[in-house]
Ligand binder design. Structure first.
Ligand code: OGA
Ligand code: MN
Length: 301
């Protein structure tokens, strides 16, 4: 593996080897074994590297689900997904992004779970529909795609900084509605029951936020959950959300990760969006995610 352009973390000298993965965001971190608990210094060093690069790739991590969960606890409590169709039956902290069920059977593309998972093929940030959205997530590639299935990440600080004046004016000081139920509308899935709706009520989130650790401003949207923007019709809201998503998805803001088996990728959901590229639905793809529970509401910039 190339170690060109390695450096140690800027804020804290550490034993980790860090290599930037592109101009937009992302770094590969070597010299770490996710099966071994991190001490306080290593945890802080890794957090500093994460804040600098937003997305970290840890190659060759042969972790069990339980080890994946334990490593994630270094960064906080874990979010448990509220729907049983995607949450693992075996390890409840695991969110399965998979077209294969837990007994190993490939799902047909029109299976409701496969359809819900396939909405990850459009830009979003995770659990933005919660009053306190998650901090970040760690995704483990268990059966990776060779026909597509790359995970793409946007640097939403850079997107905010580069927003043309006309777009900036429309998002500054405004809020967008984040609604888990909107997923189901888009995929024409069974509508959520009243109990499901009241368990996860839609929330208004600021469209420009200040990161609680870095203090930097970023654009905050999650297009698969945003049906509406404050003070706009639904039609105009969707048009603006799609225009912002297209702006954010330009190559200069994106790192695209081509997976190898046992990569673990850790991203900050407060300052990035992600999506997975299309792949052959006949190809098995199994990815297991842990999610770091948020520790505070979204701060408007
Ligand atoms: C996720 C997600 C994309 C992928 O885990 O939150 O959107 O590449 N995954 O599987
Ligand atoms: Mn996601």
């Amino acid at each position: 593996m190339s170690v060109a352009a390695t450096s140690s973390a800027s804020a804290t000298a550490s034993r980790f080897k860090v290599r930037r993965l592109g101009d937009a965001l992302g770094a590969e971190v070597l010299g770490i074994d996710l099966r071994t608990p991190l001490d306080a210094d290593d945890t802080q060093a890794l957090l500093d590297i994460w804040m600098e690069h937003q997305v970290l790739v840890f190659p060759e991590q042969h972790v069990t689900d339980q080890q994946h969960v334990e490593f994630t606890r270094s960064f906080g409590d874990l979010e448990i997904f509220h729907q049983d169709i995607i949450r693992s039956k075996r390890v409840p902290e695991i969110f399965r992004v998979a077209n294969v069920d837990e007994d190993g059977a490939l799902m047909p593309p029109d299976h409701p779970t496969a359809r819900q998972v396939s909405l990850a093929q459009f830009w979003h940030t995770d659990s933005s529909y919660r009053a306190v959205p998650c901090t970040g997530a760690l995704l483990h590639g268990i059966e990776v795609s060779r026909t597509g299935g790359e995970t793409q990440f946007t640097n939403m600080y850079a997107v905010y900084d580069a927003l043309p004046e006309a777009l900036r004016k429309q998002v500054e000081g405004r809020r967008a509605l984040h609604d888990f139920g909107f997923l189901h509308v888009q995929q024409k899935l069974r509508p959520l029951s009243d109990a499901e709706r009241s368990g996860m009520p839609a929330v208004w989130q600021p469209m420009v936020r200040t990161h609680p650790v870095t203090g930097r401003k970023s654009l905050y949207i999650s297009p698969i959950y945003n049906e509406q923007i404050e003070g706009m019709s639904k039609e105009d809201s969707r048009a603006l959300i799609l225009e912002l998503a297209a702006f954010a998805g330009q190559p200069q803001f994106v790192y695209s990760h081509r997976w190898e088996t046992d990569d673990v990728v850790m991203w900050d959901n407060r300052c990035t969006m992600h999506q997975v590229t299309a792949f052959d639905p006949g190809e098995r793809r199994v990815m297991h995610r842990t999610t770091i529970l948020g520790d505070q509401p979204v701060a408007a910039a």
